[in-house]
Design a protein around this ligand. Structure first.
Ligand code: NAD
Length: 497
């Protein structure tokens, strides 16, 4: 049995920890195990980070950027290996795993520009002989706690910006697919980063709590499900930290009567079923506007969904692979049963799906449920599987209201040829990221990522300039250099201009 080790300076102490099984979801077999550590191991990592961070922060930004450049090259050179490793633990198909790595790499590319984005502001002559300037300084040690569904992209969202800005970083990846994060940390050292700058500690709640309570960790970035995001936010803030905590999602795709339905069906097939629906920016709810649109859409969706190919993660022809664990497969199937018992019409039922030759794999067939209503729990909660629900809206107003009133507000998309409707929708909808004829509107690396409502706690988005803000603090200096020729006297009143 392969053991996946922590990646910390000094190596792991004798393994007295608990362990967690890492599956190969395509075969349904346990392929490795990962230790679940706690406060003692974290302490070792923090001590190492403390030693290395001041010198890294004092390294000029251009030199820091060069490490990022070399890291980028190494990721590109190792793309195939990373994608295969990722797919073997997560279950997504290898080409999609490359996308997972690539979208993280794009944040590293942005971080290569750190000398430019770290430049401060300067106001000359803010008062007589007075200049004011501000600079962004690193926080010290940052930590990231990441979900299973993007084991390359989300860690890179966080540590790319944090480290380029001058921080040391401790990553606690998902225990379900921890190998790629460790591999990234190895490549980072190979790229020239000093040991201890990026460390990986494995664990579950015990490690998360140790991170949240540790007084030398200044900021925590979390991505995962909403209840845990909220918990992480509250506990981290109570310990005096800066916390951003991204949570779950239930993204709606609004289909207006004038939309190009063939294009919509293509977009929806990928956005609802790609990566077996295990994306926080998946589109698991489609909202056709008007009964006629709903009927036409349903007619086109059924053959498209029936034509999807499910396969093992290294099947190059497969549209999507297995889900991550047997528990998650059971949970998705339970949600399908709930949706039916609540009155949803099970048009295509993916339960009990078995792939010939891989009968033990965690496959869930594509599922289409029509006549879902906003009252149903299967609509209100996140399913996170290959399940598409049709919720019919009578008009545009109702279609704007649905995603706006949902507890989650991560992403939303509208499909239309009407610019006015699209513009109106984008400005009014109560959701953080909006696609107009774009099904998965994950912003590019030089913008930033963040949902609203229960999809994100805290006020700063991931990556881009928002990420830079999160991982730095502003220092503002007001200076004057009097030559002694003017006697200012004593100033008992607050200076005004
Ligand atoms: P999860 O909440 O189960 O786990 C996320 C992290 O929290 C993991 O590192 C895990 O070890 C840790 N954790 C688990 N239980 C904990 C507990 N009781 N206390 C403290 N920490 C705990 O999430 P997941 O299943 O790995 O990922 C899927 C979820 O993440 C979905 O809800 C998805 O929508 C969400 N997600 C959100 C975004 C976003 O940016 N909004 C992006 C990706 C995924």
């Amino acid at each position: 049995m392969r053991n996946i080790d922590h990646f910390i300076v000094g190596g792991s102490p004798a393994q007295t920890e608990r362990f967690h099984d890492v599956w190969n979801p395509s075969t349904g077999e346990v392929q490795a195990r990962v230790p679940l550590a706690g406060a003692a191991l974290l302490e070792q990592a923090v001590e190492a980070a403390k030693k290395v961070q001041p010198e890294w922060a004092a390294t000029n930004p251009q030199k820091r950027a060069r490490v990022m450049f070399r890291f980028k090259e190494l990721i590109e050179a190792n793309m195939q290996e990373l994608a295969e490793l990722l797919a073997s633990e997560h279950g997504k198909v290898v080409d999609d795993a490359k996308g997972d790595v690539q979208r993280g790499l794009e944040v590293i590319e942005f971080a290569c520009g750190i000398p430019h984005v770290l430049k401060g502001d300067y106001s000359i002559g803010a008062g007589t002989g007075i200049d004011v300037y501000s600079m962004r300084q690193p926080l010290g040690i940052g930590a990231g706690i990441t979900p299973f569904n993007f084991p390359a992209m989300i860690p890179m969202w966080m540590f790319g910006m944090a480290i380029a800005a001058g921080n040391a970083f401790i990553l606690k990846p998902s225990e379900r697919d921890p190998s790629v994060p460790v591999r990234l940390a190895e490549l980072f050292v190979e790229a020239g980063a000093p040991e201890g700058l990026l460390q990986v500690v494995h664990g579950d709640k015990e490690m998360v709590d140790a991170i949240l309570d540790h007084q030398d960790i200044a900021a925590v970035s979390f991505v995962g499900s909403s209840d845990i995001a909220h918990y992480v936010y509250k506990r981290g803030v109570a310990a005096g930290k800066r916390v951003q905590a991204m949570g779950g999602a239930k993204n709606h795709g609004i289909v207006m009567p004038d939309a190009d339905l063939d294009q919509v069906v293509n977009d929806l097939s990928g956005a609802a079923f790609g990566s077996a629906g295990e994306r926080c920016m998946a589109l698991p709810v489609v909202v056709p506007v008007g009964e006629e649109t709903a009927e036409r859409l349903r007619e086109k969706l059924i053959p498209a969904i029936e034509g999807l190919r499910i396969g093992v993660s290294n099947d190059p022809e497969a549209h999507y692979g297995p889900v991550v664990t047997p528990e998650h497969k059971a949970r998705i199937e339970q949600w399908i049963a709930t949706a039916e018992s609540e009155g949803g019409e099970l048009v295509i039922d993916g339960r009990g799906y078995s792939l010939q030759g891989h009968e033990k794999g965690f496959f869930v067939g594509p599922t289409l449920i029509d006549h879902v209503t906003t009252k149903m729990s299967s609509y209100q909660e996140e399913i996170f599987g290959p399940v598409l629900q049709i919720v019919r809206a009578k008009d545009f107003e109702e279609a704007v209201r649905m995603p706006s009133e949902h507890q989650y507000g991560n992403g939303v998309a509208i499909f239309t040829r009407n610019g006015h409707a699209a513009r109106e929708f984008a400005s009014r909808v109560n959701v953080g990221m909006v696609g107009i004829n774009v099904p998965i509107p994950v912003p590019v690396a030089y913008h930033s990522f963040g949902g609203w409502k229960r999809s994100a706690f805290g006020d700063t988005n991931q990556y881009g300039m928002e990420g830079l803000k999160f991982w730095t603090k502003v220092k503002t200096i007001t200076q004057r250099w009097p030559d002694g020729s003017v006697d200012d006297g004593n100033a008992f009143l607050i200076p005004t201009l």
